[in-house]
Design a protein around this ligand. Structure first.
Ligand code: MSK
Length: 653
């Protein structure tokens, strides 16, 4: 079957974003057409070796089932499956469309929250293994002490490793505590906490919220849609202000809090003369150790012994974001490029941990010499080599995996090797702490405001920056890959709206060149000036998907510093190409925190007018924010710019 570049996807009209050639002294954005041309060449290789690719599978799966797409198919018991239609408006148990759609939405949320939070739990477990001479150490003791004090833990005179173990146990208890709410919610402004209390959505133990979802959706429990959606918000909050925040914070404690560093992005970061190891997934415990081991003289010598010049580690998806933020490891690509790294024919091993991994990598890797190595009992896949990875034996496990990759170098099929010569420079590493540090650099005239978000607030008040957009999320073949991310970002920059980003959205920006500091020339005059003063790119990489918790902290601090409610700040969330259950969980906690969130892909909820209206409007009465969904990306961008201006008007700024 022949695939034309850009053919898969429904937003072809958005190519107009790329009409403008952006030429700036020695700097030019990579266009979507250039990226697609590279992808098309790799698809030629796929055809040559008879490999299956996502582009082909999308064709075979389209059109999608309308019952599933609108959320009205119920298969929660064995009397069905029941599918609601105007002629059959209730399932066999009597549940109506609103109940079925809301139950499906809640199950989706539970899946997402459990995945994010289990990632966080693994990090908390890894924290229990730290020791001064072990594989994992405490790299940011100040942050550990800060969190301990926040949680009311005595730190005076304690050995930092004893404290780490104590905090690990307390953090793990957040998953199952019998009473009370998540510790981290105290970081939210009091006003926001009161909303959560009033609405009965303060997140309790993380596992309890997920279990409650599964109990509520069991046959014969909740079918009242408001109750189900309320639980979806609560579970989202347990993810964002619980499990994800633990994942981010304790990763920083062990691997270091990110600070500004330079790197590169896109497939061209793979090097033909080197052993190429690609890390993919989400949990940094594995990828950190792979980077550590691959950087050793012993491994580099081994690579040279098999005829390579060295070892190149690059990443895909959020594991890539984790190691790029802390080590400057280059990003080979995002979600829909995971097959492309194998199609280069130059990937000795793709090593995965959990989440966002295509099972397709198994059969695909068999068409090449690539070793597809799964490492987690949570993500086991056919046709992979399963090497269980555990924090207790991390160094040994990582060494074994790196050695396998090196050994595999000699098996390359040279005639299949093609690495697209495409990459951009990117400056990354903008944790909340680094953003504050950067703001301090421009506070000469506001000496009393150092260590706060006030310089940013002042820029927003004066109108130099009109507002901010948190661009997050995945790719989805329903949207021409990366077009919405990049197109929207460019629109925001032109309108003096700064962009903070995580996940595959961040990688889209980096691949295009929007994380190159020279991209400031794409901004309006106000934002350009701010980028110059702070010496930052106009699109700030804040990390992986769990690091959206960093964005929550930033919003909370802006609210506290400015005196605005979070819902009043001219800031919006946006996931124009989202696809996963995790994204729904994220959407729930971003909205429940008071941030209006714009999506480019419909959730499976349009089958009930009540649920659809609640998500796209009614939630505002509960939490002062809601969702907007628009698949026309031009329109979505216009609506968002307008929404930011409306928020400014309401604030009188
Ligand atoms: S979730 S943003 S596909 S990695 Fe991190 Fe996966 Fe990318 Fe969504």
């Amino acid at each position: 079957m022949e695939i034309t570049p850009g053919e898969v996807g429904r937003n072809l009209s958005n190519a107009q974003y790329y009409d403008k050639e952006v030429n700036m002294s020695e700097f030019r954005l990579t266009t979507i057409e250039e990226m697609e041309a590279a992808a098309a060449k790799l698809l030629e290789t796929a055809e040559k070796v008879g490999a299956d690719t996502w582009q082909l599978r999308v064709k075979r799966q389209t059109p999608h089932c309308k019952f599933g797409e609108t959320g009205v198919c119920c298969r929660l018991c064995s009397m069905g499956p029941c599918r609601v239609t105007p002629k059959a408006p209730r399932g066999i148990c009597g549940c109506d469309a609103a109940g079925i759609v809301a139950r499906n939405y809640l199950c989706f949320t539970a899946g997402g929250a459990s995945a994010h939070s289990d990632h966080g739990r693994e990090i908390c477990h890894t924290l229990h293994t730290v020791s001064p001479d072990g594989d994992y150490k405490v790299k940011d003791p100040a942050k550990l002490i800060r969190i301990a004090k926040e949680w009311g833990v005595e730190t005076e005179g304690k050995d930092i490793y004893d404290l780490a173990h104590e905090m690990s146990e307390l953090a793990l208890l957040e998953y199952g505590k019998p009473f009370g709410f998540q510790n981290f919610i105290k970081r939210a402004p009091e006003y926001t906490q009161k909303i959560w209390e009033r609405e009965g959505i303060q997140p309790r133990a993380i596992d309890r919220e997920v279990t409650t979802c599964m109990h509520m959706t069991h046959m014969g429990c909740s079918s009242e849609h408001n109750a189900l959606i309320r639980q979806a918000l609560r579970t989202g909050l347990a993810d964002g202000w619980g499990g994800s925040m633990a994942g981010t914070e304790f990763s920083d404690v062990m691997f270091g809090t990110p600070h500004e560093m330079d790197t590169e992005a896109n497939l061209g970061v793979m090097e033909v003369e080197n052993v190429n190891i690609v890390v993919h997934g989400h949990d940094p415990s594995l990828s950190e150790m792979i980077c550590e081991v691959a950087d050793s003289k012993e491994m580099i010598d081994k690579a040279k012994a098999v005829g390579a010049k060295g070892i190149t580690i690059s990443g895909v998806c959020c594991t890539s974001n984790e190691v790029t933020m802390r080590r400057g490891i280059p990003m080979a690509g995002n979600f829909l490029q995971q097959e492309a790294v194998v199609l280069t024919g130059a990937c000795e091993a793709i090593i995965v941990d959990v989440q966002c991994i295509f099972p397709a990598l198994g059969p695909l890797s068999k068409c090449f010499h690539t070793k597809f190595i799964t490492t987690s009992p949570i993500a086991q896949m056919p046709e992979s080599e399963y090497i269980p990875f555990s924090p207790e034996t991390a160094g040994r496990d990582a060494k074994k995996i790196v050695e396998m990759a090196i050994e595999n170098f000699k098996n390359r099929k040279q005639e299949l090797v093609y690495i697209p010569d495409q990459k951009q420079k990117a400056t990354v590493g903008y944790s909340f702490e680094e953003i504050i540090h950067k703001l301090d650099g421009v506070t000469n005239s506001f000496v009393d405001k150092t260590g706060t978000t006030m310089p940013l607030v002042d820029c927003v008040k004066s109108g130099v920056i009109r507002g901010a957009v948190a661009m997050v999320g995945c790719n989805n073949p329903k949207v021409r890959p990366d077009v919405a991310h990049i197109g929207l970002m460019k629109k925001f920059l032109e309108n003096d709206i700064i962009v903070i980003t995580t996940g595959c959205s961040a990688q889209a920006a980096a691949k295009a060149g929007l994380m190159d500091k020279r991209a400031k020339d794409l901004c309006g005059a106000g934002l350009k000036r701010v980028c110059e003063l702070a010496d930052i790119p106009p699109v700030l990489h804040m990390g992986s998907c769990v690091d959206i918790s960093r964005m929550m902290i930033l919003a909370a601090e802006i609210a506290k510093d400015s005196g605005w409610k979070i819902s009043e700040i001219p800031v919006l969330g946006c996931a124009p190409e989202w696809m996963s259950e995790k994204a729904v969980s994220i959407g729930n906690y971003v909205v429940a925190t008071g941030i209006d969130t714009y999506l480019g892909v419909e959730p499976y909820a349009t089958g009930s007018e009540e649920v659809d209206k609640l998500l796209k409007g009614g939630l505002r009465d509960w939490v002062e924010a809601c969702f907007t969904v628009e698949s026309d990306i031009d329109k979505l961008g216009d609506m968002m710019v307008e929404a930011i201006e409306k928020k400014r008007e309401a604030l009188g700024i």
